[in-house]
Design a binder for this molecule. Structure first.
Ligand SMILES: *Cc1c(COP(=O)(O)O)cnc(C)c1O
Length: 387
């Protein structure tokens, strides 16, 4: 059999990955393999020593008094809300432009998610829309209880305005930082804001493990104790002393061991993500709308998301990129308030104009810390050649 000759160009080109977890593994393989082997040998697979070590490192990293590992980022939201004693009939204000888990966890408790629009600039929760939603909840006879702000694509939400509204209206604040661990808001690290911050270590998140994982962060010792009990069947003195209805939502020791190694390179990775974002923005800002960071805010760049004219142009651009070997993904093509199962919950005003426009016009480009300049140039060229 003879193989068709390939040009050098084709042979030498590395495939462009949307997120390159293999390249990351290659760079830390020795340490990760040793850490995993160490757990296999010591045998404390559930709540082994690595879990506590990781928790104290996470607290030191983000400046939260307490960190607790848990099974995933969705459970982290559930643990937070249960600790805040959410009840049926409570209203919780959530953006619609987010992953389903944000609203889903509210519905677990038969509470009511009330959908809020996002800002044109940052795609994060809009304070004016939040204010209108709080007024709506009062007029609809719901008990307004809390806010879940999402730091979409890695950028912290507008916490000055959101914290003010939370205070004025006696609402708790959960920061859904599944995408933003590692970011900062006006000098405050994500993890130290709100009553409770939740995050996810799903592999594709900025700080990901090799399976499911998550964490909650709080400065409130009592909330920490309750969440620590909830994640192990509502344990009291031990798991055979049950003082509340809990769940089973621990972080695996193996995942904690992986995360300890990944956390040690995370600051460097965040810098590399910033470099990728800077290069994209300077090369693309004249052809598409590039991400806008609010003043004093840093992003962990979970996604690098551009905005084009409309859904047709976006589809044409995606086809064009695909032909050139450049993967792209739409987050989020169907906002939650437009999903059949969530449409039963209130959307004050009947529609969320910014969210709906974004769903038709945003597109995320490959983003990870292991992208070399040649690859990035290819992506930039592929986008520019379309326009
Ligand atoms: C990924 C994500 C979650 C859920 O995290 P899992 O670990 O997958 O359960 C929650 N909220 C947002 C905004 C997310 O992006």
């Amino acid at each position: 059999m003879t193989l068709a000759p390939l040009s050098n160009d084709v042979v030498s080109k590395k495939k462009i990955e949307f997120i390159d977890l293999k390249a990351q593994y290659e760079s830390i393989k020795g340490k990760v393999d040793a850490a995993i082997l160490h757990v296999l040998e010591h045998g404390h697979y559930i709540m082994g020593p690595e879990v506590q070590i990781l928790e104290s490192q996470l607290s030191a990293f983000c400046g939260a008094k307490h960190s607790l590992g848990c099974a995933n980022g969705t459970d982290a939201l559930g643990l937070a809300m249960r600790a805040l004693d959410i009840q049926a009939g409570d209203a919780v204000f959530v953006p619609s432009f987010t992953f389903a888990a944000t609203a889903e966890s509210v519905c677990w408790f038969e509470a009511t998610p009330v959908f809020v629009d996002v800002e044109e600039g940052t795609y994060n929760m809009c304070a004016n829309s939040l204010k209108a939603a709080i007024d709506y909840a009062h007029s609809a006879g719901l008990r307004a209880k809390g806010i879940i702000a999402v730091d979409i694509f890695g950028q912290p939400a507008n916490y000055d305005a959101i914290e003010t509204l939370a205070k004025e209206n006696d609402l708790w604040l959960i920061c859904d930082a599944a995408q933003s661990f590692g970011a900062t808001y006006k000098g405050r690290p994500v993890g130290s804001i709100g009553d409770i911050t939740t995050t996810s270590f799903f592999p594709a998140k900025p700080l990901g493990c090799y399976g499911d994982g998550g964490a909650v962060f709080t400065n409130n010792t009592q909330l920490c104790e309750v969440m620590g009990s909830l994640r192990v069947h509502g344990k009291g003195a031990d798991k055979y002393d049950n003082v509340r209805i809990g769940v089973n939502s621990r972080l695996d020791t193996l995942q904690a061991a992986v995360l300890i190694e990944k956390l040690s390179i995370f600051p460097e990775e965040l810098k590399a993500r910033q470099r990728v974002a800077d290069r994209y923005s300077s090369a693309l800002s004249d052809v598409v709308r590039v991400p806008a960071l609010a003043d004093g805010v840093t992003s962990s760049w979970a996604q690098y998301t551009i905005r084009v004219k409309d859904a047709t142009q976006r589809q044409d651009l995606m086809d064009h990129l695909k032909e050139r070997g450049v993967p792209s993904v739409v987050y989020y093509i169907k906002p939650l308030h437009m999903q059949k199962i969530y449409a039963q919950y209130p959307t004050p005003g009947g529609s969320l104009p910014v969210t709906e426009a974004l769903a038709d016009s945003v597109l995320s480009l490959p983003m990870h810390p292991y992208m070399d300049e040649a690859q990035q140039n290819e992506i930039i060229e592929a986008v520019r050649s379309f326009f």
